[in-house]
Design a protein around this ligand. Structure first.
Ligand SMILES: Cc1cc2nc3c(=O)[nH]c(=O)nc-3n(C[C@H](O)[C@H](O)[C@H](O)COP(=O)(O)OP(=O)(O)OC[C@H]3O[C@@H](n4cnc5c(N)ncnc54)[C@H](O)[C@@H]3O)c2cc1C
Ligand SMILES: NC(=O)c1ccc[n+]([C@@H]2O[C@H](COP(=O)([O-])OP(=O)(O)OC[C@H]3O[C@@H](n4cnc5c(N)ncnc54)[C@H](O)[C@@H]3O)[C@@H](O)[C@H]2O)c1
Length: 475
């Protein structure tokens, strides 16, 4: 650690997850000396316990469900079994395949100085990493977030998204608390692999951030997989293998997964030595340039109040690092942040997705979308929201691989494209992205119809008034 202690680093990056790695890479490319400190292993939640393992598990689960469903398409498979050890092997292989990109040696080879240790700020420009002291000119805080564990009497043995990957056997009965992205994705994955799953959600719908009709399709799909969904319920007590809900429903389980959101990791960072403000939930407050209340300290990723995704962590970390090193005030765009829940079907949204004054929407249900028909995947829809000027301001797509469609709609929103721009762009046939294209075409036609109707009405009114003026009066 000696060379770490003797120099003043241009940028100290705290945390080696999606945000920290991108911040460090960006700053090094701009010629800065960068020290990246990670307390565990670079890669963060996304690689080790989040996106990569969950999507790998879902891939296995979707294959199993596909085989079950294939009989409806005339393909019969017999003797289908799930080898959970082999499923875990697949999950680990995916992690190990991606891991080298984030490995310390790779980052070091890219010019980033990587150290293992927990950072605590001890003063402005000074931090402790384990027993060592480092000096820095600026810092990016990218320490992420950890699962929230609610206070429930008797709650002792439970899993979170951080520990569930250690399961060596498929739990016969899995109780999942929380129906957000983690709860829905993992409920479906385990149900499809063979667990009997109960999902308890406190609000009246699963995926409360999504529109009710989108959430209802996902709820139906989960139910078809055998998930018992209990909404609007609170968990009041847990005994060894029984959960008691507020309405006295009792749910027996072998494993309990807590998935009720995530809390920023700021508790022992020493923010008080920096004058960095955090909100009431402990998240570091940043302005749109990702600067904290201390002008030499920046933050990005799950530790901030911005949406908790890998793509936002990386994009905003890049803004933080380039602003820090170049003295710029590049601003993050938050109006077009896509999100995808990778259930089957997927639900993908971006921008303003609630009906609002001055906006209109156009929905194409997939029951007659040709690709949905050929694939027998007709439960879904594509919805676009438009502002008064016809610009696309929001979208929701529910379909297989909806996450692939949402990219172009995100671009449309970011560039301020109108429905007619999308309508005039030829899309390949037959695809699920035809749904959004057809929604744009339908809206363009409606607008034309409305405009032609207005023109006809105005013409009729003008003709009538002219006729009245010219016509001799009869007395
Ligand atoms: C089950 C699950 C599935 C998910 N799926 C998706 C998905 O499909 N798509 C998507 O976009 N997002 C997904 N997410 C969210 C995504 O994983 C996070 O938004 C993303 O990892 C946040 O990156 P980050 O760099 O902010 O934080 P992290 O990845 O949490 O990285 C923070 C790092 O900082 C380190 N650290 C913390 N404190 C200190 C300290 N004091 N000193 C040194 N190091 C420290 C931690 O060890 C950690 O490695 C998922 C999350 C979960 C839980
Ligand atoms: N596909 C993805 O991009 C993906 C997947 C997983 C996670 N993530 C990210 O990780 C973050 C955390 O995910 P999450 O699902 O843990 O959180 P979340 O905030 O998305 O959902 C938590 C859910 O738990 C419910 N809840 C809260 N307290 C409860 C209680 N006591 N009992 C029952 N239900 C309760 C909430 O109403 C909510 O529906 C998300 O914000 C998301 O950004 C993203």
């Amino acid at each position: 650690m000696k060379n770490v202690e003797t120099k003043v680093w241009d940028l100290l990056v705290v945390g080696g997850g999606s945000a920290g790695i991108v911040a460090a890479k960006t700053a090094v490319k701009l010629g800065a000396s960068v020290l990246l400190a990670e307390q565990q292993r670079p890669g963060g939640d996304c690689l080790w316990t989040g996106c990569v393992p969950s999507k790998s598990l879902l891939a296995a689960a979707h294959h199993r469900a596909g085989i079950r469903k294939s009989a409806a398409l005339g393909v019969h498979a017999q003797g289908v079994t799930v080898d959970f050890a082999a499923v875990r092997q697949h999950v680990n292989t995916a992690i190990r395949t991606i891991e080298p990109v984030d490995a310390p040696e790779t980052l070091q080879a890219g010019g980033i100085h990587v150290v293992k240790g927990t950072v605590t700020f001890i003063g402005d420009g000074k931090a402790a990493i384990g027993g060592d002291r480092v000096a820095y000119r600026q810092a990016v805080i990218a320490t992420g977030a950890s699962p929230i564990v609610p206070r429930i009497p008797g709650l002792r043995d439970f899993l979170t998204s951080e520990t569930i990957w250690g399961l060596t056997e498929l739990p016969p009965r899995l109780l999942v608390l929380g129906g957000g992205s983690v709860g829905c994705e993992l409920s479906q994955a385990f149900a499809r692999l063979g667990s009997s799953v109960t999902l308890v959600e406190a609000t009246d719908q699963i995926l409360p951030a999504e529109s009710p009709d989108a959430a209802a399709i996902i709820a139906d799909s989960l139910r078809q997989d055998g998930v018992n969904i209990l909404t609007g319920r609170a968990l009041t007590e847990v005994t060894e293998h029984t959960a008691v809900l507020a309405d006295r429903t009792r749910v027996e389980f072998d494993q309990l997964l807590i998935a009720v959101g995530r809390r920023a990791r700021t508790a022992k960072l020493g923010l008080e030595h920096l004058g960095v403000a955090a909100d009431e939930q402990g998240r570091i407050v940043v302005d749109r340039s990702m600067r904290t209340s201390n002008p030499r300290i920046w933050a990005a990723g799950d530790v901030t109040p911005l949406p908790q995704f890998t793509h936002t962590a990386g994009a905003f970390a890049s803004i933080a690092a380039s602003n820090a090193i170049l003295g710029l005030r590049r601003k993050a765009t938050t109006s077009a942040i896509p999100r995808v829940t990778f259930t089957a079907p997927e639900v993908a949204s971006v921008g303003h997705t609630r009906a609002a004054h001055g906006t209109r929407q156009q929905t194409i249900t997939h029951d007659h979308l040709d690709r949905a028909v050929t694939d027998d995947e007709r439960r879904g829809f594509s919805r676009l929201h438009f502002d008064r000027k016809g610009r696309i301001v929001g979208a929701t797509v529910v379909s297989p691989r909806a996450g692939e469609t949402i990219g172009e709609l995100t671009l449309a929103i970011r560039l301020g494209l109108r429905g007619r721009d999308l309508a005039g762009t030829i899309h390949p046939y037959p695809t699920f992205s035809d749904g959004a294209w057809n929604a744009a075409i339908a809206d363009t036609r409606d607008q034309l119809d409305a405009r032609s109707a207005r023109r006809v009405i105005r013409g009729l009114a003008r003709a009538r008034s002219m006729w009245l003026r010219l016509r001799p009066r009869r007395h």
